[in-house]
Write a protein that binds this ligand. Structure first.
Ligand SMILES: Cc1cc2nc3c(=O)[nH]c(=O)nc-3n(C[C@H](O)[C@H](O)[C@H](O)COP(=O)(O)OP(=O)(O)OC[C@H]3O[C@@H](n4cnc5c(N)ncnc54)[C@H](O)[C@@H]3O)c2cc1C
Length: 299
């Protein structure tokens, strides 16, 4: 299975799909239906989140292993610093390696609901750059991804400090940056330029979350500080009571976003699929992603 460094070393635009560990057997079924549907597009990797507070510690590894064996797709296991000591994190990283998973998305994690600031557990880590260092102390072979924020992380003092902190993660050994979701391409393109100017040379991969239901996306966007442009909210408000029409608007908008980003030479697109296939499948079809290809596709 390829590592992140290898995936982004080629010329073609890579696609990746992010899923989360379901909490119920019905949720598992829906996830595997989704993966069945999206596997035909041969994504370059599937990443699996690490639940808030470390609640999916074991499930994240199990699902990544299952994705690799069932679909022969590379997996990336997310890991956060929340609730774990340095020793527990090292143990988890070793388990990822032993499971044959080649990549980790290294994150700090969010403060618990209701808290404004993040507090590390005794013997734990404060920031994601320390987690990247810890992973690199265990292995130089693992692919390591980190999070970047085109519209600035909500806790950051300002955009300049946020970028300096991103650079710490890259300097600690990250292979690629995956951005928070955004709906304004200019935010991403300016961020990419600022990354370049600050000496970040690893791939910066845009994160796209297609709108499937306006109210749900409004909630998510508010939490992570993503701007929803008036043009998109007007189009969605006009079809508020029609779910299919909302999905159609969301897909159309995401296709426009992806086309523009691909024309701007992005190394890949990371889709926040939310365990659903419909929107991503329609977007990939509209973009002409080759479903018959056995290997990494070409746009
Ligand atoms: C691609 C992607 C995947 C994600 N997956 C998950 C997941 O699976 N599970 C989950 O719970 N959450 C996930 N998140 C959310 C993420 O945990 C939150 O956005 C979290 O608030 C910040 O994580 P981080 O890794 O960016 O933290 P950090 O890089 O540590 O940054 C957090 C804040 O601290 C500042 N900062 C960073 N380093 C330093 C430093 N050394 N000194 C001082 N300040 C610093 C930053 O500017 C920022 O404001 C994901 C986010 C993205 C974009």
């Amino acid at each position: 299975m390829l590592t992140l460094g290898e995936i982004y070393s080629g010329e073609s635009t890579a696609i990746s799909v992010e899923i989360f560990p379901p909490k119920t057997p019905d949720g598992d079924q829906a996830l595997f239906d989704t993966l069945d549907r999206l596997a035909v597009f041969q994504p370059d990797f599937v990443s699996c989140t690490y639940g808030a507070g470390g609640s999916t510690r074991d499930r994240t590894i199990e699902l990544c292993r299952e994705i690799q064996s069932r679909y022969r797709l590379a997996a990336t296991a997310h890991l956060t610093c929340v609730g774990s000591t340095r020793d527990e994190l090292v143990e988890w990283i070793s388990r990822v390696q032993a499971a044959g998973i080649g990549n980790i998305m290294a994150l700090r994690g969010d403060p618990p609901q209701g808290d404004e600031t993040f507090t590390a557990v005794a013997g734990g880590l404060e920031h994601a750059n320390q987690l990247v260092e810890l992973i690199r102390g265990v292995s130089s072979d693992l692919g390591v991804g980190v999070a970047g924020y085109p519209e600035v992380h909500p806790e950051a003092a300002d955009a300049t400090r946020d970028l300096e902190n991103l650079k710490r993660k890259v300097d600690a050994g990250a292979d690629a940056v995956f951005t928070q979701l955004f709906y304004v391409n200019d935010s991403f393109l300016r961020f990419r330029d600022r990354c370049g100017a600050s000496g970040i040379t690893v791939p910066v991969v845009p994160g796209i979350m297609p709108v499937t239901e306006f109210s749900r996306i409004q909630r998510i966007a508010t939490l992570c500080g993503a701007k929803i442009p008036g043009e998109l909210s007007d189009r969605l408000e006009a079809v508020q009571d029609d779910r299919d029409a909302q999905l159609a608007v969301g897909v159309e908008y995401a296709v426009e976003q992806c086309r523009e980003l691909i024309d701007a030479g992005v190394p890949g697109i990371h889709f926040y699929a939310l365990n659903r296939s419909q929107a991503c499948a329609r977007i990939l079809e509209a973009l002409g992603w080759n479903t018959s290809s056995e290997s990494s596709g070409e746009w």
